[in-house]
Design a protein around this ligand. Structure first.
Ligand code: PLP
Length: 428
């Protein structure tokens, strides 16, 4: 009889978002007339840039003509030169030299973050930030690298706590990991690492022969000067890092599906080029992103496409500002939202993150994401996203402010916090 991959049985029941969906649907079923505002899942809402749409239409017409029809993409790394060159040039603009055959185009950073495990041994020690984008954890659990789940943690993972005390950037751990996931700007905390912070990890990885798996899916949201958009802006990174990037959030491609992974040729482990291994893996298991989508991605990197896409990024960042100001004005502690579309909001004085989630749902009809769903250090926080419409964002903030100022809400809270909330509410 066939044996299944038993690691799947170890995964805790239900991924975070299905559970949020379940609670939201149950609430909606009990309260049909109430309009719920979703600030939980990180999907974009703004349409594609006109330059991108134009490129897709043009490419679709090419596909309908004998002379310009394209089948499998047979070029290097599963991507057409035009797109790899455009990506290479976008790195060059920030002073980073990446060869075009170090760039691998795919259908998503989620797939790449998960699939990259194919080229690593099962016995590697994996480090993840805590809280963390759950894909890094679950994919390693499926591969058998995480050990067993004890109800809160995986026994073989090295957890790197990211807390208010360390500015949501991890310190070096005692146990040396082989694979280190770092996401900056961060989902869920919204924190963005400085060059100095990343340099510590780059030096550490080079010293110990580890590999940093750097997810910069949100680099387009960086507004502060001096924050690196790529790990390859940090000296020494080419011998220890793999970078994942995506068009999803920078150009609204969550439905289009296009991303890329950069593996420098200088990255050698066990005497083997990781770039060559990934090339082999992609050639075997992937037949490339559709031509129409590659043309769309190329257009997103054109000056016109970039400016149009950045309009949406600025729109979301303005929502982030509205959220930050409203929540901090109401007496809550907020982080993120400056270099990222995520706001990491402390719950009122020690309230559990699922409890605060439920109360925001039931009393304000606003869906957030409980921080505990991202890892043990996420307890005491909820994540809000800035990807909604401006109108919904403002309405959600009004509802939350009202909820926090309601007498019964204050009565449930410890006295000292209720006092501070009351004084904040009186000011606004
Ligand atoms: N990486 C991070 C940190 C994300 O938050 C997300 C999506 O939410 C992704 C990767 C997935 O990107 P893609 O849409 O390219 O699969």
């Amino acid at each position: 009889m066939v044996k299944v991959n038993n690691n799947f049985q170890k995964l805790p029941g239900g991924y975070l978002f299905p559970e949020i969906g379940r609670r939201t649907r149950a609430f909606q079923a009990e309260n049909p007339p109430k309009s719920i505002i979703r600030m939980g899942i990180g999907d974009v809402t703004r349409p594609l840039a006109p330059a991108v749409v134009e490129a897709m239409v043009k490419a679709s017409r090419e596909m309908g003509k004998q002379e310009t029809f394209r089948g499998y993409c047979e070029e290097t790394c599963g991507a057409y030169d035009f797109l790899r060159f455009a990506i290479r040039d976008s790195y060059r603009e920030r002073g980073v030299e990446i060869a075009d055959d170090e760039i691998f185009v795919s259908d998503g950073a989620k797939s790449d973050c998960g699939n990259i495990g194919d080229i690593f041994d099962r016995d590697n020690v994996v480090a993840v930030c805590d809280p963390v984008y759950p894909v890094y954890v679950d994919t390693n659990a499926m591969a058998g690298r995480a050990g067993d789940y004890d109800g809160e943690r995986w026994t073989n993972l090295v957890y790197l706590p990211c807390t208010a005390e360390n500015g949501f950037f991890p310190a070096l751990p005692e146990r040396v990991p082989d694979m280190i996931y770092i996401c900056s700007p961060n989902n869920p905390t919204g924190a963005a690492a400085t060059k100095e912070q990343l340099k510590v990890w780059v030096d550490y990885a080079n010293e110990h022969g580890s590999v940093i798996l750097f997810d910069s899916a949100y680099e387009a949201f960086i507004t502060e000067p001096g924050i690196p958009h790529s790990i390859f802006e940090v000296e020494g990174a080419k011998t220890c890092a793999i970078e994942f990037r995506s068009f999803s959030k920078s150009s609204g491609f969550t439905g289009n599906r296009c991303a890329y992974t950069v593996i420098p040729k200088a990255l050698i482990r066990d005497g083997v080029s990781l770039r060559d291994m990934w090339n082999r893996r992609m050639g075997t298991k992937f037949n490339g992103v559709p031509y129409v989508i590659q043309r769309a991605a190329e257009a997103a990197l054109s000056p016109e496409g970039r400016e149009q896409s950045m309009e949406s990024v600025r729109y979301y960042l303005n929502n982030a500002k509205v959220i930050r100001e409203a929540l901090s004005g109401a007496g809550l502690t907020v982080y993120g939202g400056v270099n990222a579309p995520y706001i990491w909001c402390g719950t009122p004085n020690g309230m559990g993150s699922w409890e605060f989630f439920d109360r925001l749902l039931r009393e304000a009809c606003v869906v957030t994401t409980p921080g505990a769903g991202f890892g043990p250090s996420g307890e005491g926080y909820v994540r809000l996203t800035a990807f909604g419409t401006y109108e919904n964002t403002c309405e959600a903030m009004e509802r939350i402010k009202k909820m926090l100022s309601r007498q019964h809400f204050l009565e449930d809270l410890p006295v000292c916090f209720a006092h501070s909330l009351r004084s904040h509410t009186q000011q606004t």
